[in-house]
Design a protein around this ligand. Sequence first.
Ligand code: GLY
Length: 400
Amino acid sequence: MKFIKTLIAIFTLVILFSCEPIAKENKIDVAQILEKAEKQTALLLKSSETAGRIPRTVTAEGNMHWTNKNFDWTEGFFPGTCWYLFEHTNDTIWKNAADKYQNKFEGHKNRTDNHDLGFVFNSSYGNGYRLTKNEAFKDVMLTASNSLITRFNPAVGCIQSWDVEYGWQSKRNWQFPVIIDNMMNLELLFEVSELTGDTTYKDIAISHANTTMKNHFREDYSSYHVVDYDLITGEVRAKQTAQGFADNSSWARGQAWAVYGYTVCYRYTKDVKYLELAEHIANYIINYKETPKDGIPYWDYNAQNIPNEPRDASAAAITVSALIELNEYSKQDYQNSIDKILSSLASKEYTAELGTNHNFILKHSVGSIPHNNEIDVPLNYADYYYVEALLRYKSFLSKN
Ligand code: GLY
């Protein structure tokens, strides 16, 4: 009997010790990671101050690439990261930097030729208003929302993503393209409805989310990148891709935008169909068999040469930020996936040494392989969603 008890004790110890490395591997020292992120961004701010420009990425030749002064869908993310660092540190250096760099594109609030106003103005002025209650910031959000909703077509039920009269997109024979990324522009509209009491913005956001829910998803809850609509009848004309590997493939960042976008829809509406869709998308991402053990996806889940394809840290950063919020609402438990992705992003493989990587925090993201643009580079939005995820994680730890 004693022998059997000893055997059971040894067996239990073996099980316990064999589990420990996994727990250790994924251990996240969020304060230390944030400290490192702040130091690196302080260096990035220094180079921005010298150039007077907003950093976006690094070129194939290894030079800093600043945002386009005329308009750049990524221009809100650098001031947005500064707002998050202000939130974390309460240091006015970050508040002043955020204010200064978002001011550079304030005039873009009047643009009606682009759907990215939600990305641009929510990450910058939206965070600024949340943290400071500066009424002038709220006015900017309202003007940007009014510009954005000019692109809503009631026959389709969506906000048009790209104009089709010029640029590379004019060669695609589209009438009214809507990309899954556009789900990310809805947060600005939901927020502006809450701030003003005017439900116009929220109603448009809900219509867009419902139409996208109907047409963008496959049976396995992966998403098409582009759905093109007939602008008169609202009928679906085509389901295709622009930044993914193929029309039928699952572009990794698209899946990330989808899970984030529907989590936000649930936050504002508490409509359970959005929660369920977000859970399905999350499960698709988490359970995808060919994603490596570290949880950082290849740039497209169906890319042709997996495992010899670039990973996309930006998709992982967006996803993990969404999962932390989703975890609050869902009965499912995403903790293991959150810990795995965050600890991978915080590892040497994805986090740059201080002063390297042109002072961006994360390495190994992908902009658009079909456009041969930004392949295996740092991206300002990878850093933004990573810092956001770290703050969300910190807040989660303080409550639990
Ligand atoms: N359109 C935003 C992106 O490239 O993900």
